[in-house]
Design a protein around this ligand. Structure first.
Ligand SMILES: Nc1ncnc2c1ncn2[C@@H]1O[C@H](COP(=O)(O)OP(=O)(O)OP(=O)(O)O)[C@@H](O)[C@H]1O
Length: 265
């Protein structure tokens, strides 16, 4: 059983050691380490190009690292695709959202995990259970207080940027049973919509699910993160407690203006 970082000897829920990834001459990950504990919000911050997206893509199965190890609840895992990570309870909201614009909100919520109608004698038949998917999608979105759209059958291409973000975040929050990873979830949002997403993240933590939040928004990071992983030049530089440091301290670490402290992971 994993537990929080303050418990001596706790096993991280999701851990990486020595991740490497090169793109030709560019080193995106350079012996990167990572620790996420159960029920915490861990922010990952760093300058543009520091390797934050590459790190979370490796943790969510979207990128296969050249070297290094990933462990989930103490056991090594080798995700070959995001579906492998999803099956292990890890959901991700990518910057690019990965929604299908021509499909409806409900279809997007269930993309890749469609529900099918029960056949005779409890067998699963090939027919999609659209009614159930629409009902559950509506319930999830209402529960999460995220949607102001008229119909669950509305095509995603007809939604605003903020509403699309809402669908992507809701999908991850609804299905991530262990870890929800969010890459800049509030970047395209207005003040009110950002607030809803932050509340949603706190809600996900309340359910005991861990959250990884990649963000350039320092006030958001300092408001909700339990710990802050600072990434620099392809690796973890340090991890800080937001209660013990200021935003200026964090920026100084990020940009190399200040030397790192010991990793408190
Ligand atoms: N598919 C790719 N092909 C070539 N280079 C890549 C690729 N993906 C990332 N890189 C490079 O790897 C480095 C790390 O990129 P990454 O996107 O992980 O950084 P980041 O910290 O998420 O940046 P940002 O904050 O700008 O999104 C960058 O130099 C980037 O140009």
């Amino acid at each position: 059983m994993s537990a929080g970082p303050n418990v001596p000897g706790a096993t991280p829920l999701l851990q990486a050691r020595g991740l490497n990834k090169r793109y030709g001459r560019v080193t995106a990950l350079d012996h990167a380490d990572f620790d996420l504990y159960q029920g915490e919000i861990l922010a990952v911050i760093g300058d543009n190009g520091a390797g934050k997206s590459s790190l979370i893509r490796a943790l969510s199965g979207a990128l296969v690292p050249d070297a290094g190890e990933i462990r989930l609840a103490g056991s090594p895992v080798a995700f070959r695709s995001p579906l492998d990570a999803q099956a292990a309870g890890i959901e991700t909201v990518y910057q690019t959202l990965a929604l299908s614009p021509s499909l409806s909100i409900a279809d997007n919520m269930f993309l890749g995990r469609e529900l099918r109608r029960a056949g005779p004698l409890g067998t699963i038949c090939r027919m999609l259970d659209r009614k159930a998917m629409q009902r559950i999608a509506r319930e999830k979105l209402t529960e999460l207080g995220l949607m102001t759209v008229q119909s669950i059958n509305q095509r995603v291409e007809t939604l605003s940027g903020g509403q699309r973000q809402g669908v992507a975040v809701a999908r991850a929050a609804a299905f991530g049973s262990r870890v929800v990873i969010m890459d800049e979830p509030t970047a395209a949002l207005g003040v009110k919509e950002s607030r809803r997403v932050l509340e949603l993240i706190l809600d996900v933590r309340r359910r005991g699910v861990s959250v990884v939040l990649i963000s350039h928004n320092m006030p958001h990071v300092f408001e909700i993160a339990d710990r802050i992983h600072i990434h620099r030049l392809g690796r973890r530089l340090t991890v800080i407690d937001p209660k013990a440091y200021t935003m200026s301290d964090a920026v100084a670490f990020m940009t190399g203006a200040r030397a790192p402290v010991e990793v408190a992971a």
